[in-house]
Design a protein. Structure first.
Ligand code: GLU
Length: 466
């Protein structure tokens, strides 16, 4: 059967780098296997802190930036449309009705207050927390009466009270769960929206997903999903839970370590190929630890689930920066110039839009610093002095001034320099140092020749001239 994978982000805010790693793995797997990659928006949690409509555009932009375009998603549609869960509610309701009809789910009318008291008591007694299943055996006439009285309710999944659930994970091998320890979790909330694991299971089935790649923080929902597949008689896809991402201190990656949201990396000027290369290595390896720089086609060629590691991945910002620097260095300078211009415009060093003259100047300057740039945004500091109007002592590095302008005879030295520069005849100097009239910029040429060779050539002409 052809591989079909999905990336299923929730629009809770700007995407986290960890989510994009999942998206990259999905995309790579589809590319490697000649399969299909779809992206589905999981927006059934409508609580204000979990639903941010603006982030939908962010998710789209991030995937476009990385160049991992889905075969189908809400942006372009596709045969499994719609790809937004809030537009698929009737499909979930139908399955929930079926589960209730077969006795695998039930309506629960317990109030928030009751659930809170129950939780408090469980905590006091030190017993496991979770729903006490009071409504699981509610007589049908009570249930009907509550409903006709318009009492709000949720629908819960009636988990088996005994038996073992077996998860065969492509990364972690076999994991067993005791069903009796699983909570009767909510499938349908009182606002009419399904919870994550019901909606995801229904969609994975309807969209014929063959492999579910997701972060290991979702492991806890696996037994409920497996139970749903069983009772609905659906074929279970392959699960692959991806290792957690930690900071270099081995604590869960968080803002403390640096930025975790992807937008920051786009804005700082991390190249897409560097991000793909770096993120793919967070939890996957080619087996060759010495080869860290991999082109996208090399990664596609080698990417399989067998290469995914179980142990936590370490997000090392310094390594990412280094890698980005390597990719900037390798890029054609025309590309880097183009990518750097917006940073210079934003910093006010170039007009918006830049004039033709400014563009020509930028094209000459930016490549001079390309080797040293680790992120594109560094261009502002690296080449700023070329553009800034210096007004001594304003705009001068104080330490440099103290160190180098303290020398005696600075004034006569500068005087000599001004005279020499004023008199510097460009064409004769070029001929004297290069033997010809055409060549790169005179100063770049002199710099490349170096002081010794330049002086030797000048002296040589001088000595042979009467
Ligand atoms: N909607 C989940 C999230 O926000 C996706 C989990 C999954 O991939 O199944 O990360």
């Amino acid at each position: 059967m052809a591989v079909k994978v999905r990336f299923a982000p929730s629009p809770t805010g700007s995407p986290h780098v960890g989510n994009l790693r999942t998206a990259i793995y999905d995309w790579l797997m589809a590319k490697h296997e000649g399969g299909e990659f779809l992206v589905r928006l999981e927006d059934t949690d409508r609580s204000p802190d979990r639903y941010s409509p603006e982030s939908i555009a962010d998710i789209e932009e991030s995937l476009r930036y990385l160049g991992i375009l889905p075969d189908s998603w809400w942006v372009s549609g596709g045969k499994d449309s719609p790809y937004i869960q809030s537009e698929r509610l009737e499909r979930y309701h139908k399955v929930i009705e079926e589960l209730i009809g077969k006795g695998h789910a039930y309506k629960c009318f317990c109030t928030k207050e009751r659930l809170e008291l129950m939780r408090q008591r469980q905590q006091e007694l030190g017993t496991p927390t979770g729903y006490d299943r009071r409504c699981r055996n509610l007589p049908p006439e009570d249930s009907a009466r509550y409903e006709s009285d318009n009492l709000p309710y949720v629908v819960r999944l009636a988990m088996p009270l005994e038996g073992i659930c077996l998860l065969r994970d492509a990364v972690r091998g076999e994991i067993k769960y005791e069903y009796r320890l699983q909570d009767d979790q909510v499938l349908l909330k009182s606002d009419g929206f399904p919870t994550y694991f019901l909606a995801a299971t229904v969609d994975d089935h309807l969209m014929e997903i063959t492999h579910i790649l997701r972060g290991e923080e979702w492991l806890g929902s696996a037994p409920k999903m497996i139970h749903l597949y069983d009772v609905l008689g659906w074929e279970q896809p392959v699960f692959a839970h991806l290792p957690i991402i930690l900071g270099t201190d081995r604590k869960k990656l968080s803002k403390r370590h640096g930025a975790t949201n992807f937008r920051w990396y786009m804005e700082e000027g991390y190249l897409p190929e560097a991000l793909v290369n770096f993120l793919v290595l967070l939890g996957w390896s080619t087996g060759d630890e010495n080869k860290e720089l991999l082109t996208v086609s090399e990664i596609i060629e080698r990417f399989t689930l067998q290469g995914i590691t179980e142990h936590p991945a370490i997000f090392d910002y310094e390594k990412l920066k280094w890698m980005n620097g390597q990719y900037i260095r390798k890029s054609p300078s025309g590309r880097i110039v183009g990518l750097c211009i917006p940073y210079l415009v934003k910093a006010g060093l170039l007009s918006s839009p830049p004039t033709l003259e400014e563009m020509a100047y930028a094209r000459r300057i930016i490549p001079l610093e390309q080797e040293r740039m680790k992120t594109l945004s560094e261009v502002v500091d690296l080449v700023g002095f070329f553009f800034r109007k210096l007004d001594y002592p304003n705009g001068y590095d104080e330490k440099a001034v103290t160190k180098w302008f303290g020398v005696a005879h600075l004034k006569p030295l500068l005087e000599k320099e001004v005279v020499a520069f004023e008199a510097l005849p460009v064409h004769p100097t070029r001929v004297a140092t290069t033997g010809q009239t055409v060549g790169p910029g005179l100063f770049e040429t002199l710099e490349a020749l170096g002081k010794e060779r330049t002086l030797e050539r000048l002296r040589n002409v001088l000595n042979r001239t009467s």
